[in-house]
Ligand binder design. Sequence first.
Ligand code: SAH
Ligand code: SF4
Ligand code: F3S
Length: 444
Amino acid sequence: MNIEKKYHIITFGCQMNENDSEKIAGILTKKGYTYAEDSKDADVLVINTCSVRGNADDRFFGNLGQFKAVKQKKEGMIIAVCGCMMQQEIHINDVQKRYPFVDIIFGTHNVHQFGEFLDRKLEGNKKRVVEVISDGPIAEDVPMKREFDYKAYVTIMNGCDNFCTYCIVPYTRGREKSRPASKIIQEIRELADNGCKEVMLLGQNVNSYGKRGEITEPCSFAELLDRVSEIEGIERIRFMTSHPKDLTDDVIEAIARNEKVMNSVHLPLQSGSSRVLKLMNRKYDKEKYLQTVEKLRERIPDISITTDIIVGFPTETEEDFAQTLDVVEKVRFDSAFTFIYSPRHGTKAASMEGAVDDAVVKVRFEKLMDLLHAKMLEQSVEKYEGKTVEVLVDGHSQKDENMLCGKTRGGKLVNFHGEAPMGTLVNVKITKPTTFHLLGEVAE
Ligand code: SAH
Ligand code: SF4
Ligand code: F3S
């Protein structure tokens, strides 16, 4: 009798991890597994971890313990742990010692080999499989099971060479490497043939795509945007993340000239203080950041600019923090992710003196949020009040099942009344702009 085998994947972290999970799902689907809604029903459970901040680590360890009992109830269940935490010896050792029920541990450079690791366990290998390498090339032609038909993540590069002093990613994702443009184009063509409308090009720093010279066909990020724009069927192109030091004029021009490239840029500021930026090794200062924003707005007036900000980096003073507020005041971001600095084992900043007091950080964080939200509301009203905007229909609103939702070209969430099929572009008349989203109705 052929009993259907099932899998479940729990994904923490960024879009890179989500895209890796789509690869793991692709490998399992090819092996005949189907998706289980509930992890308790899975024959194979994969946990894809993130290590970017301390709370990511805590969430994982807080979660892992419960699977011992789950596994005991499901005969033959295989548990695999992968992702950024598993690129660090300290965490691998921890899992090995404290969680003996984990069957497979593999790293971010071994995702494409997951099928082999699983086979080894299924063949009766009693020993735990541990396969982690510190770096490796980007594997091509890995099957993928994507979450949606009409929108897709496409990784264009992997790794990071920037070594911002607070950041673990260069250690978990290895050195920067770009995929050949021909492979990217081929992937997106296939997506378009299957009804995909929107692609999100992914990389830790997409603006330095193609710069390392390991690909034999030179292609800059701006050229890549042109080439993806030519693909019939694709209507929207997004990308992230842009490092402010590399957002060159040719990329700004490529955004401006290609109608399909969305007018939205995620441009992580991290801090508004040039002194702190230097300590962070960001390679731009406050003035350069503001100039880049000015250039973007000059060339693409309705561009939406979003950001990441860290509060409480070692030695951050009131004056440094005031500089961050000043940039927020001047730029008026459309939205922002804000983080409290979290020391990461092995990074340069982790051994820096001058930790900022928790209570001080908390006050600064709240002040920052208040200002960000006030500016977001201003932007929202200015840009969208009474306007009709193009939205890609993405599902039902989380707040109200009777409403649909989707994103504008600038990436703002819209909840709206009316009928429209999933994955189509519709015009929506905005009835009320708010800080975090817009309310509207399908335009006649
Ligand atoms: N490659 C992207 C960001 C990757 S991590 C870039 O360069 O912008 C996403 C965000 O997490 C970062 O932009 C930063 O704001 C935040 N972050 C990274 N490490 C952090 C740490 N140790 N503490 C707090 N926030 C951190
Ligand atoms: Fe981390 Fe900096 Fe690289 Fe972004 S650019 S992934 S913040 S090291
Ligand atoms: Fe986390 Fe790794 Fe992404 S550390 S943010 S999953 S690159």
